[in-house]
Design a protein around this ligand. Structure first.
Ligand code: XMP
Length: 316
């Protein structure tokens, strides 16, 4: 049986041992894994700099949310603006694995630049077991290169320290709870490291990112509300993605030719397998109406009824 208290004691000790007298940087993304890793790091040493990279691929108002969460936890957060760097590096790229590798590389280069300024040798990351398993760890096939494992560049000037490497999501949540993090963080639904880049299928543009950001916000808001009202069980993960092709529709009396948004909601324990959630039809109808009414450029909404396997949770 997993014992979060014992894990914390051992995790803190192992970070101390790994770092020795060196200092480290750690990056938070707003998700549970990186927050737990950063909190463990801050318990282990006062020589850790916590950073957040605004890469323009995050959820709506995420930067503000992360700032507020850090403030509430009393940790000092350094926000780096990487929006232009990420969008420029991704321009014209359509292949999912290439997108992931580019994102991993830009992250690391930004971490390295920051580390150089601060004279830091280590990067503490919130990598968890499914990240390296799906990235092809231990002789397995690569399903997708998680940005913090298979997406890392070959040459890196920072040494890695990964205290959560052997844990699964539910165990990380238990550690977060034991660490005293707010429930809004340790129970937060997972969000992929490469962010909305893997929810814009194919080429990324600022217009498409804005569409998917707004659509994710609608899906999250409506499903959170329905579950609070007891209309459905809260899925393990729920979001929207954007398909690259347009389809024909009608707006008023006129023909339209617009994008399709995919709504995805799944039940899972650890993200390794998943079943699509049985969302009430009236809620799906409300989500669809809101998306097509409120988001310019979207003319069709579909619900993804694929389990994992054979699908994966994210589209890319
Ligand atoms: P898939 O799409 O492979 O996702 O079924 C399984 C879980 O992992 C999340 N995910 C990622 N998390 N870095 C992460 O930290 C990544 O590169 C990444 N790719 C997918 C996904 O949101 C789901 O919860």
């Amino acid at each position: 049986m997993f014992n979060p208290k014992k894990f914390i004691e051992e995790g803190v000790e192992s970070i101390r041992k790994t770092l020795g007298k060196e200092s480290a940087i750690t990056a938070v993304s707003g998700g549970v894994d990186s927050f737990v890793a950063a909190t463990l790091a801050a318990r282990a040493t006062s020589k850790v700099h916590i950073i957040y990279v605004d890469n323009g691929l995050m959820r709506k108002n995420e930067t503000e949310k992360v700032r507020n969460a850090a403030k509430a936890l009393g940790v000092e957060l350094h926000v780096l603006d990487g929006r232009k760097r990420f969008i420029d590096a991704l321009a014209g790229v359509t292949e999912p694995e290439k997108k992931r590798k580019i994102i991993g590389e830009v992250f690391v280069r930004m971490f390295e630049e920051e580390a150089k300024k601060l004279g830091v040798k280590y990067l503490i990351q919130g990598t968890i077991a499914p990240d390296w398993i799906e990235s092809g760890g231990m002789g397995r096939d690569t399903i997708k290169s998680h940005h913090n494992v298979g997406g890392l560049p070959e040459k890196m000037h920072l040494k890695l320290c990964e205290p959560l490497r052997e844990l699964y999501k539910h165990e990380v949540r238990a550690v977060g709870k034991e660490l005293g993090l707010p429930e809004s963080i340790y129970q937060r639904q997972p969000f992929p490291g490469p962010g909305l880049a893997v929810r814009v299928v194919g080429e990324i543009t600022e217009e498409k990112l804005k569409i998917v950001q707004d659509a994710c916000d609608i899906v999250e808001t409506e499903i959170d509300q329905a579950s609070t009202q007891g209309k459905m069980e809260l899925p393990w993960q729920y979001f929207a993605a954007l398909l690259p092709s347009k389809t024909v529709g009608v707006r008023g009396d006129e023909r339209s030719y617009q994008y399709t948004v995919v709504v995805r909601a799944v039940r899972s324990l650890d993200g390794m397998t998943a079943n699509f959630s049985q969302i009430p039809f009236d809620l799906l109808g409300k989500i669809s109406t809101r998306i097509t009414n409120e988001i310019r450029g979207v003319g069709r909404v579909v619900y993804d009824i694929t389990n994992k396997p054979p699908g994966t949770i994210e589209m890319e």
